[in-house]
Structures are given as C-alpha cells and as structure tokens.
Design a protein around this ligand. Sequence first.
Ligand code: AMP
Length: 190
Amino acid sequence: MAPLRMVILGRQGSGKGTQSERLIGAYGCIHLSTGDVLRAAVAAGTELGRQAKAVMDSGGLVGDDIMNGIVRDRLTHADIAAGGVLLDGYPRTSDQADALEAILDESGHRLDVAVNIDVPIDVVTARMLDRGRSDDTLEAIQRRLELYEEQTAPLLDWFDARGLLATIDGVGTPGEVFDRVVAAVERQRR
Ligand code: AMP
C-alpha cells in the first residue's frame, strides 16, 4: 500500500503523542512533531532553540515563517517520499495550512487524512497538569488552549472542505482510541 501521509490534530493533552507513537509503529511512517523539533533545538542550544524557548514557555506560538521553513526542509527529504509522514503539531494556523498545501503540491504528494482526536477542555487540562512537563504551568496550558480554539480549531473546517477530516472520540484507553484512529485512517484511504 502507498505510504501514509497524515495529520494528527487535537488539543494539547488529547493524546496525540501517544497515538502518534502507535501510528508510526503500525504504518512505518516518519513522525514529524514540530514540538519535538523545537524541544530538540532548545536542548541543543541552537539559534532556533534560543528564539523558540521563551515563546514555548509562555504557551505562545512560534512564528509561521520559522515553522513553515522547518516543515518544508523535512518534507522534501527522500525518506518521507518513500515512507510517508505523520505530521503532529503542524499545521497550527491557517497560514501554516496554506504553506503545507503548497509544499505538498510542489513535492507531488497529497495528504490521505487529518484525524482530529476530540477530548473536552476540562479533561485535557487535568491530563496536562498531571503530566507535569516544565512548560505545563496552568497559565501556559490555558494560553495554549485559547490559541488552539482561536487559531487551530478553524483548521478543522479547512481539512473538512478538502474531504480529509475524520473526528474521533479521544476519551478512552490508549488502545480504544488507537482502534478508532486506525478505523478512521482506513476509511479515508479506501
Ligand atoms: P507541542 O509539543 O506540539 O505541544 O508544541 C510545544 C510548543 O512548541 C507549542 O506550545 C508552541 O509554542 C511550539 N510549537 C510547536 N509546533 C508549532 C507550530 N506548528 N506553530 C507554532 N508553534 C509551535
């Protein structure tokens, strides 16, 4: 079967990371998490990391040009053409969605599906406070959730208009949610 190219969407704390690990195990595609790219840059102390750190700590969004550049670089590598990709944490704004469309067009790829893992705000807030990551202060969590509703939730319509959106219920055990994700992916690829 052709390599899978998908986007995983959902509020912070919706289980995207866990589901992404399972998806790359099942489909063998490359996991491109823009949050992981930025955290690695912070850890390595690069210029990008220095610029991104304060923004990430405050729960804000790193600039679209920077993010589009990172994804463009990565998506044009041969490994992704061969193995497929799971985009996690990108696109997060309509500018990023437009950039993604252009990048995919240029490289002759198209997306198979955008899976939205739906988990209510009160549930994700409790989960994030629980996981205790250093950038998970209550203020940063609230800021990220606000930005998600404002900037990222409108992308659901953007994907839906292109016939790519599958929303699944994200409340349940990781295994239950994974079964729903796989069913949604398979429905879209048929
Ligand atoms: P995540 O691991 O996806 O929750 O990302 C952690 C942080 O990295 C976010 O709160 C943002 O500050 C930043 N970030 C990750 N991906 C993006 C993106 N596509 N656009 C802007 N900022 C991002």
